[in-house]
Design a binder for this molecule. Structure first.
Ligand SMILES: [Zn+2]
Length: 137
């Protein structure tokens, strides 16, 4: 299984302020993408099955979650990169922000744990200094 990790410059943009930092991005192989898709499918089909228990509502909820599961699984399987690590500060309060491991579906919308401001993370289009790191094997 190949693990290609590259480092890119990212920008955190709130309504008025911006901050820049770095994110480490892992390229996902086909097996990981299928795994991500199946995880989404299992989650939403599981919720759909649970909704069988609710009288009347199950006529709407079960098909809704079955269809939603297929849609979100296809969406998750299409993403070929994941954020594994990041170094960025909240643009509003300046405190370091720890990004959870997430599929790299830019822009990522996040909420600062300290000040509760929401901001979006996206790759820095100026891309000043982004050294590419490849870890073969
Ligand atoms: Zn903050």
């Amino acid at each position: 299984m190949s693990r290609q990790i590259s480092q890119i410059a990212i920008v955190a943009q709130s309504s008025q302020k911006a901050a820049s930092g770095f994110a480490r991005i892992q390229t996902l192989g086909p097996s990981r993408r299928v795994q991500n898709a199946l995880r989404q499918l299992g989650l939403y089909w599981g919720i759909g099955l649970f909704c069988v228990l609710f009288p009347l509502l199950h006529f709407i909820l079960v098909p809704f979650f079955l269809i939603l599961g297929v849609f979100l699984a296809a969406r998750a399987g299409a993403v070929d990169r994941a954020v594994v690590d990041s170094s960025i500060a909240c643009p509003e309060c300046g405190k370091p922000f720890q990004l959870k491991t997430a599929l790299a579906r830019w822009p990522l919308n996040e909420v600062c744990q300290s000040c509760r401001w929401s901001f979006s993370l996206s790759p820095d289009s100026r891309n000043l200094s982004a050294p590419e790191l490849h870890n073969p094997g």
